[in-house]
Design a protein around this ligand. Sequence first.
Ligand code: HEM
Length: 330
Amino acid sequence: MGRRTNMALAVLLVTAVISGLASQAIGVDWPLDTAVIHGAVALAILLLSPWKTPIVQRGLKKKRPGRVFSLALLTVVLITLASGLLHAHGEISRIGPLTVMQIHVGGAVLALGLAIDHFRRHPVTPRHFDVDRRAFLRTSALSAAAAGIWLAWEGTLQALEAPGTERRFTGMHESGSHDPEALPTTSWLDDSVPTIDAGEWTAVVAGRNLTLADLEAMPQDTFPAILDCTGGWYSEQEWTGVRFDRLIDPVGNRSFVAWSATGYARRFPIADLESTWLVTRLGGEPLSPGHGFPARIVAPARRGFWWVKWVTRIEPSPVPWWLQSPFPLS
Ligand code: HEM
């Protein structure tokens, strides 16, 4: 029984990480709801605690040298579970300088590292009878129980009238929509707001040097779009800018890369030329430094980390867009 519990926990942990990453990567409302799968899989870890507790107690009595790492893994998984539930509830969005979602993702990354070390020190070898009829029934029972505990959790949020009942399909909470002053300002990892002189600034777009005046003289679109940040919130605002199909010729290219003054960059599929803008205004006013002045990307069907701020260069390229890390590394 212990071996099967450990195997099930390993599978659940890996599935929780994969579905969590998918929830944070996907910006369109697909039929496959990765945030729901994530919640159910993560809560199933709790369901296995009555079987895991005696294994932990036996292990601790043996006083093995790696014990401290196993205890660290347990602690970090509990912090990750608790911060996931706290985020979903929605009443508390920050603890100190970090959003609850940042704590959650940080905890999960740490848990993954500790789990790899844990399974290396305590290998679980699958056996042929792990894939028999009884295993199928056990897996079905665990899946049904996971769906049940997820429904019970969502029901509890409804009964408590928690702010989390209103969260988007990505799991994020609404913040400051239609009020540019209230739009939160965040940057990816170590990026910080650069000082840019509007008079000196130019963006090199497909080899052409464009000033702010050049950009604002081009045909503009004003439209609402949702900025859905992986930090835990989303916000609908009105943006004004130039759609990329007026700036870049798709012929002979498979992607285009947007560079920020900070060195941050994202590579977009060439098909995104028709659904991505280089914007200079938010709510009719020039962008503030924190929101990307003088120009930033608005990519409505993509998560916030694609909305490159402080753009200085846009380059069409023959390289496919997926030749990059799914999440920026710095
Ligand atoms: C050790 C692995 C993980 C565990 C145990 C875990 C646990 C949880 C739990 C219990 C929730 C609340 C579920 C709900 O309310 O439906 C949650 C939500 C969430 N987690 Fe994780 N998580 C893990 C890894 C990750 C990773 C790696 C990411 C992304 C990089 C992530 C992103 C999210 C997101 C976006 C939500 C919000 C979903 C929603 O509110 O519907 N998680 N997590």
